[in-house]
Design a protein around this ligand. Structure first.
Ligand SMILES: *Cc1c(COP(=O)(O)O)cnc(C)c1O
Length: 355
């Protein structure tokens, strides 16, 4: 066996997907399974599909090319607004994309016509989180221009909150989308087929039965993959959290003082570290570091083990009170949050195993 390794439990992820799909189905909401958290790892994507998601989305066109090359036949959407430099792949590999810039949509239109395709567009509206999206007052004019473009199907509108500005989904900000959709329908005599109302953070409103009725799509990654909602700081009801486990190996165990000896300069990342003197402690070094993931999001599976810190390649643990005997070669298990999972799955130094 090689370490560090991430073990992904497919049967738990499938149950998570099934339960979320079922919850959303009751309210007429389709689930777009978001695969970026696992770099569109094939077995995990297949598991999401078995769990009942009807569409897939990823933020990276490379992941979408990979998805299509292993023969996924569900519609796949690029959920990060596209770079002008990737339009060729976007048109050839994605069925649709989320957009906010007319210039880019025009490029997509040209490419789609050239390649004999029709590309679906969901226009992102910024309802307050201040990441991507058109301001609400600008949507109507822009949609008018999109409707005239050849090779483009205007599928609907969407929004994202909870990712950059930390704005929580609310009745107010999700209602803005529905109002805009209805205004577009009246003004242009069209039907806005898809209203993509948000991500994992929006599930709370679904559970409470307060999400405006016309919202008929959510884009769900974290809730399926980890059973958590970091924006609302909660576990999703009826899901499992022990889906993804990191296993890393101990390379040194020694009793050392808890406070470094000598004059303190800056650490490898430019910070001045501060240490409390807690007397001698039993310390273990694990072969994993900041090059692999955000250490702050790692949680030792055993409560009595504490993370002291890390450099690029060494994770230092306080194992003084560990119930297990920790030796060189011992394997330590960790749970993680979404941001840390992203890093681990992306790191070429970390083995990915499905169980
Ligand atoms: C990552 C992402 C999602 C999925 O968010 P989760 O919180 O993982 O459900 C949805 N929409 C967009 C635009 C994203 O970038």
């Amino acid at each position: 066996m090689t370490y560090p390794r991430v073990e992904i439990n497919l049967s738990l992820i499938k149950k998570n997907a099934m339960n979320i799909v079922e919850l959303c189905y009751k309210y007429g909401i389709e689930v777009m399974g978001i695969t970026k958290g696992v770099c569109a790892l094939e077995p995990v994507v297949q598991t999401m599909i078995e769990g009942g998601v009807k569409k897939l989305g990823d933020s990276r066109i490379k992941n979408i090319v990979k998805l299509k090359s292993f023969g996924v036949n569900l519609p796949v959407y690029l959920i990060r607004i596209p770079m002008p430099s990737e339009i060729n792949d976007v048109v050839n590999f994605a069925d649709g994309s989320f957009n906010s810039e007319f210039e880019v949509i025009k490029l997509i239109s040209q490419k789609a016509v050239e390649n004999g395709k029709v590309h679906k567009i969901i226009l992102m509206v910024d309802v307050g989180d201040l990441r991507e999206g058109v301001m609400p007052e600008d949507v109507k004019d822009l949609v008018g221009k999109i409707l005239e473009l050849p090779g483009i199907e205007f599928e609907g509108i969407g929004t994202n909150v909870g990712c950059y500005g930390g704005v929580l989904p609310s009745i107010e900000n999700t209602s803005i989308l529905v109002e805009i959709a209805e205004e577009l329908e009246k003004f242009y005599g069209i039907r806005v087929k898809t209203i993509s109302g948000g991500n994992t953070a929006t599930l709370k409103m679904v559970e409470e039965g307060v999400l405006p009725r016309r919202i008929n799509q959510l884009r769900i990654g974290e809730a399926i993959l980890l059973g958590t909602d970091s924006t609302n700081f909660r576990k999703i009801p009826n899901t499992y959290q022990n889906t993804v486990i990191l296993k890393a190996q101990v390379i040194e165990v020694k009793t050392k003082p808890s406070k470094p000896i000598g004059e303190i300069g800056r650490d490898a990342f430019g910070n001045i570290p501060v240490f409390e003197d807690k007397g001698p402690m039993k310390r273990a070094i694990v072969a994993l570091g900041k090059q692999d993931c955000r250490i702050e999001g790692l949680i030792p599976d055993e409560d009595h083990i504490n993370i002291l810190g890390a450099s690029s390649d060494h994770l230092i643990l306080d194992v003084t009170n560990s119930l297990k005997e920790i030796r060189v070669g011992s394997i330590i298990d960790f749970k993680m949050n979404y941001g840390t999972m992203l890093g681990l799955i992306t790191s070429p130094y970390v083995e990915k195993i499905v169980v």
